[in-house]
Design a protein around this ligand. Structure first.
Ligand SMILES: [Zn+2]
Ligand SMILES: [Zn+2]
Length: 317
């Protein structure tokens, strides 16, 4: 079977969904990115976009291998509601054939599992997680932990590769099918955000949503994203609004198109995808922002719901 490294944007809006015709060409779902890497179904964030992702997963699974277990790995960047609001409606949770690994960062006072269990529980949701027929596996992931997917093994290995004792536990590179590395972004209120770098078949994708830049660029992020084939970066605003005294958005934990392009250029990435679109922006505004991005970093696309990229079809960096 031929190898795959495919990204699909299921939700590209930030903050809230956008209904019906107002959503326009870009679509109205909040953050969710699907990555098929080799044999693994990885999901990044459970915004409302995880609902169509779940339906598509079940459809594919039912036509390809209905007797087998449907395995998926959900990585959360953080637990703000725009990144979680689709989880209660993620159909695979309600199927006994599903095994879902949920991996994400702990917050100041709660483990990742406690955070999610509080949300999917009465009075917020009628069916608590422990009543669901699917099998849920938990993992806490944040810098400096990486998740390594070893060929032939279902459970990811969670290791701090910066520590020699843990590095010694890592299998040789040829046995690792997919590696997911983490960077903590301190610049998103109040608990920060986890930025992910997914590596497979010699290619790399960096997912940096809900990040805000720094003067001269976020040097830690630039280092983390260096040479990636794809950088997906928050670009909710433009510089004129960000710094406008009447509509200031500094400190809200989001970036401008200018900030995203600066990181892409400094990190020398292959392609930049802009995400976390302001729900108030219509097609005309988003097209303008895309053009602005392309004037600063030519290989820029403003990601829209349903956009899919086959990384192995694009020339190697
Ligand atoms: Zn957000
Ligand atoms: Zn957020």
């Amino acid at each position: 079977m031929s190898d795959t490294f495919r990204l699909t944007f299921y939700g590209t809006r930030g903050s809230r969904t956008v209904p019906g015709a107002q959503a326009g060409r870009w679509g109205g779902h909040t953050t969710c990115l699907g990555i098929r890497a080799g044999s693994r179904e990885l999901i990044f964030d459970a915004g409302s976009g995880i609902v169509p992702l779940g339906e598509s997963l079940v459809r594919q699974h039912m036509s390809a291998a209905p007797q087998e277990v449907l395995r998926a790995y959900l990585f959360q960047t953080h637990t703000h509601l725009d990144h979680l609001c689709g989880l209660p409606y993620f159909i695979p949770l309600y199927l006994p054939l599903t095994t879902l690994w949920m991996l994400g960062p702990r917050t100041a006072h709660l483990s990742f599992q406690e955070t999610i269990e509080r949300l999917l529980h009465p009075p917020f949701h009628p069916v608590p997680l422990f009543e669901m027929p699917s099998l849920i596996r938990w993992g806490e992931i944040a810098e400096p932990t990486s998740a390594l997917f070893v060929r032939g093994q279902h459970d990811p290995l969670l290791l701090n590769l910066k520590h020699p004792d843990q590095r010694a536990l890592a299998p040789p590179p040829e046995e690792i099918e997919v590696a997911v590395h983490t960077l903590h972004g301190y610049n998103h209120p109040k608990c920060g955000v986890t930025i992910y770098r997914v590596e497979h078949a010699g290619r790399a994708v960096v997912f940096a949503t809900d990040v805000e830049g720094y003067v001269h660029g976020d040097q830690r992020l630039i280092r983390f994203a260096r040479g990636a084939d794809v950088l997906i970066h928050d670009a909710m605003y433009t510089a004129d609004r960000y710094a406008n005294p009447n509509t200031p958005t500094q400190g809200w934990g989001h970036s401008t198109v200018e900030i995203a392009a600066e990181v892409a250029r400094a990190a020398d990435v292959g392609h930049l995808y802009l995400v976390h679109h302001d729900p108030g922006h219509d097609d005309a505004r988003l097209a303008q922002m895309e053009t602005l991005g392309q004037s600063l970093f030519p290989r820029t696309t403003s990601a829209f719901d349903g956009l899919s990229i086959d990384l192995l079809d694009t020339p190697r960096r």
